[in-house]
Design a protein around this ligand. Structure first.
Ligand code: ADP
Length: 368
């Protein structure tokens, strides 16, 4: 069996519009003979990847996501999850070259637009051929694999609007079909999944995670996703948005619209009233702007997700993608919005390895 396997190292790569996701399989069942005959470059690469959690200035290993004792193509080992900004591809390739990657005869499985965009660079800089796979095939394969390996993978948010009672609750996703995937990356794609090899892309929007980060940087002067989320955490979007109660003085009862519902995003900043618009704007903090941006983008995605689910007659919606990374505010908003607007008939679900399924699926398809 081992003879039929592709040679090590095994990588899966998803080169997206914002982030490059790299999944590395570290074999743990290596025999003594195998270890002795293993070439130095390979040993060094394994050591470098597994002993560090930061690579260069911008590469990170998500150690909390590491999965031990997984079996791939009959080999037992550990999956490591690494990410870096796609804009750093040049530095990544230089680093890989420095670590001796160019001396290995390797093919790396890759998906995402960057698998096409950077194909020449991989050959030129590190002598690596890319085996290209479709990003949605990879996403779904990777998701099913990880979900089957990790019983704690899938969860939902209980009591999402109650700070004290709100909690992550494990969800049994062993009987998944049909379900909707809403992948929130730089942009958003919506997939309707009816069986292991039966899915279609039903919708999408360019207003996604990249839009949140871009607008937030423009409005607040922040410089990273982490900073944007931190700002939003301390902000109050009602200083920026116009709510139903700002227009009605309370709920719009006839159509069941609660007073605290956003009626018009960002429009409190330019409304005239007791306060003129300039005074009102000067009361708005960077935190408020970050929060309002997050709420606007998230609610828009939630609304599209709900319409797609309704159209497809599906009641479980799986939200994934790196927009949800360190972003409980967005997850709770989606959880609440799906539940409220569907009158409790639809459920928002989430996965721990949110942004890595494309890369995992890619690794699995190697030599398939
Ligand atoms: P893509 O494949 O389009 O790059 P991802 O699923 O990787 O999509 O998600 C990218 C989005 O994730 C960004 O637009 C941003 O909203 C969010 N994000 C989370 N963490 C980071 C980070 N460290 N750097 C940049 N964006 C991040």
């Amino acid at each position: 069996l081992m003879g039929d396997n592709p040679s090590m190292p095994w990588f899966g790569m998803d080169i997206g519009g914002s982030l490059c996701k790299l999944v590395y399989f570290e074999p743990k069942d290596t025999t003594k003979d195998e270890l002795e005959s293993e070439i130095e470059v390979l040993k060094n690469i394994r050591r470098y990847l597994t002993k560090n959690s930061a690579y260069g200035k911008t590469g990170h290993r998500d150690t909390h996501l590491q999965m031990d004792n997984v079996v791939i193509r009959g080999r037992k080992g550990t999956l490591h999850f690494i990410r870096f900004p796609t804009s750093e591809m040049g530095n990544f390739l230089a680093l890989a070259r420095m670590k001796g990657m160019a001396n290995l005869v390797t093919t790396v499985c890759a998906t995402g637009g960057g698998a096409y965009k950077f194909e020449e660079n991989f050959i030129r800089e590190v002598n690596m051929k890319l085996a290209k796979f479709d990003e949605f095939d990879s996403l779904i394969k990777g998701m099913h694999y990880i979900e089957a390996q990790n019983s704690d993978e899938c969860y939902y948010w209980a009591n999402p609007t109650d700070e004290t009672r709100c909690a992550k609750v494990n969800y049994d996703f062993s009987n998944p079909y049909p379900f909707l995937i809403v992948n929130i990356g730089s942009g958003v794609s919506v997939l309707s999944v009816n069986g292991p090899n039966n899915y279609k892309r039903v919708s999408g929007t360019s207003i996604g995670g990249g839009t949140f980060l871009g607008l937030c940087c423009l409005l607040t002067g922040c410089n990273s996703f982490e900073e944007a989320i931190e700002l939003a955490t301390g902000g109050d979007h009602t200083h920026v948005d116009k709510l139903v109660r700002d227009i009605y003085g309370g709920d719009y009862e006839r159509f069941g619209l609660p007073g605290d519902l956003v009626a018009s995003s960002f429009s409190a900043c330019c409304s005239f009233g007791q306060m003129n618009s300039r005074d009102r704007r000067s009361k708005v903090s960077r935190e408020d702007l970050a929060k309002a941006t997050l709420v606007t983008i998230t609610n828009n995605i939630g609304s599209i997700a709900r319409m797609c689910a309704q159209q497809e007659k599906i009641d479980r919606v799986l939200f994934i993608g790196n927009f949800l990374r360190v972003n409980p505010i967005a997850m709770k908003l989606l959880a609440y919005a799906m539940d409220y607007w569907s009158k409790g008939t639809m459920k928002a679900l989430f996965l721990e390895h949110e942004g890595y399924f494309g890369a995992v699926g890619c690794l699995l398809q190697f030599n398939e």
